[in-house]
Design a protein around this ligand. Structure first.
Ligand code: 2U9
Length: 344
């Protein structure tokens, strides 16, 4: 067999076996079998030394052409294998755009946050500023400066969570008003509401919680009256419980206000006719209020002959319970998502 014939045979064999190769690993093996250092051309090259000199260039040309051909087969097969890999990948990653999408449910704010913000917004609309303060307070701001002297029953260990003799968990947000009055170096007018958590040593039941939320308001100015208080609370009651609501004030007592009142709103459920929400009276007690006690003004550096003002306080849970007919305060804190979802 001539060298030419040997080369033609090698080319044919290589073409066939390379075409049968299925993956890159096999292809690399085939490549080194035909084109590698110890490959099929090694034996053919050995024949060169026995050839007459004049035939050597033609022999070299033929072997080079053969190598190029085989190299071409390798490249073609490589391309085919790579295409097959891509096609396989595309097939496995096909997205069916007609499938229904995954539903992401948007959550909602906790009802207490919603009510708190609703109340904040309505007072901001009347020119109030929102103030916050610490939940761990000193006795002086929580009691002393609010006209609750040392022997007052509210200061009993049974009613208040004391941390030390002088520090405690605030029992109302009133110390925030005290701090605002003390911080006001010009001793000028104040118009604020103070929302936040408060703590009392109550046994938890359907209507009591050792921790709950209050919003208190304070207005200090040179010309304020009980009429301003009543007008303010009427606006608030109508914003929260509906345009048709009326309010009534009943005399009461708080150490920090004098005179003090309890405020009822006409029942939004029965329009005042009497139902189980208003216990047949047509009225629901919603908050406490009054004219700031002179002792309280003086304790925080205000001249009570020049300044007066009014204050009010409400429980946020109570507002929410009345508005939505919720009969157990514990529903707010047990984190049952089904409860929260009802107030979307
Ligand atoms: C200062 C002066 C006066 C805040 C007031 C009430 C009346 C009141 C209760 C409502 C239900 C608390 O959450 S509740 O238990 N609050 O009735 N709060 S007047 O009076 C102040 C506060 C601060 C310096």
């Amino acid at each position: 067999m001539s060298v030419k014939e040997k080369l033609q045979e090698l080319i044919k064999e290589a073409e066939m076996s390379i075409q049968l190769v299925k993956n890159i690993h096999e292809l690399n093996e085939a490549k080194s079998k035909y084109l590698g250092k110890k490959g099929a051309f090694q034996d053919i090259m050995k024949l060169m030394k026995d050839l007459p000199n004049e035939e050597k260039p033609a022999f070299g040309k033929l072997t080079n052409e053969a190598k190029q051909k085989i190299s071409g087969y390798v490249n073609e097969q490589k391309q085919l294998i790579e295409e097959a890999i891509i096609n396989e990948k595309l097939k496995s990653e096909t997205i069916d755009v007609t499938l229904p999408g995954k539903k992401f449910e948007a959550g909602n704010r906790h009802l207490l946050s919603q009510i708190k913000e609703e109340i904040e917004d309505l007072f901001i609309g009347m020119g109030y500023e929102v103030m916050e303060g610490p939940e761990v307070e000193i006795d002086e701001y929580n009691f002393e400066k609010l006209n609750l002297p040392k022997n007052h029953p509210a200061r009993d260990m049974q009613d208040t969570f004391y941390i030390t003799n002088e520090t405690l968990l605030r029992t109302h947000t009133s110390p925030v008003q005290v701090r605002t009055m003390l911080d006001n170096t010009e001793k000028g007018p104040i118009k604020i509401i103070c929302p936040g958590k408060v703590y009392r040593r109550d046994a938890d039941d359907a209507t009591h919680s050792h921790q709950f939320m209050q919003i208190e308001g304070l207005v200090v100015d040179e010309l304020t009256s009980m009429a301003d208080l009543k007008g303010t609370l009427l606006v608030a009651a109508r914003k929260l419980f509906g345009d048709k609501r009326e309010i009534r004030l009943r005399p009461s007592y708080f150490p920090f206000t004098e005179p003090s009142v309890e405020v009822d709103v006409s029942c939004h459920n029965c329009n005042g006719k009497g139902c189980n929400i208003c216990k047949g009276t047509g009225w629901i007690e919603v908050l406490g209020a009054g004219v700031i006690n002179n002792n309280v003004l003086e304790a925080s550096g205000y001249d009570s002959t020049k300044y007066q003002g009014f204050a009010f306080g409400m429980g946020v849970e109570r507002m929410a319970m009345l508005k939505y007919g919720i009969n157990d305060i514990r529903a707010f804190y047990t984190n049952d998502i089904r409860f929260n979802k009802q107030f979307k």
